[in-house]
Design a protein. Structure first.
Length: 140
């Protein structure tokens, strides 16, 4: 096994578990956020959360796979570390960008939903109380 193949192996051994860890962390901690976005509809929040995880895996593992190829041959340990630092750095940045895009989209949905709640009419009065002036009239 030469240095280039070793770089491929180490890259996959770092990038795939990193993607899995980020996805599980986002799924676990993002569920509460999604429940708030969807106004406590737990079933919908859970379904969207699972769909987001699947999309996250497809997008990021696809990127990791496409970004596997190295343009030049790796000749030594130093080259392995230099190539890995670039590749893992780019994968980490892509994971972060995808995460912030998800947060931005769901925060926009949440904002729109809250504005719609403010626009709804208030609850009509349930009963009427007899009018009583708050203070007695002066001179009486």
């Amino acid at each position: 096994m030469d240095w280039t193949v070793g770089t491929y192996v180490v890259y996959l051994l770092i990038a795939v578990p990193l993607t899995v860890w980020v996805a599980t962390t986002l799924s676990r901690n993002g569920r509460l956020f999604l429940e708030d976005v969807f106004s406590g509809n737990d079933a919908l929040a859970g379904a969207v959360n699972r769909l987001l995880v699947v999309g996250f895996y497809l997008l990021n593992l696809g990127f990791v796979s496409l970004y596997l190829r190295i343009g030049t041959e790796v000749l030594d340990l130093r080259g392995l570390f230099e190539e890995l630092s670039v590749k893992i750095g780019v994968v980490t940045l892509v994971l972060g960008i995808v995460h912030f895009c998800n947060v931005y989209v769901f925060n926009a949905i949440r904002r729109r939903h809250r504005l719609e709640q403010l626009r709804t009419a208030p609850v009509p009065p349930q009963a009427h109380l007899p009018y009583a002036p708050p203070f007695p009239a002066p001179g009486r």
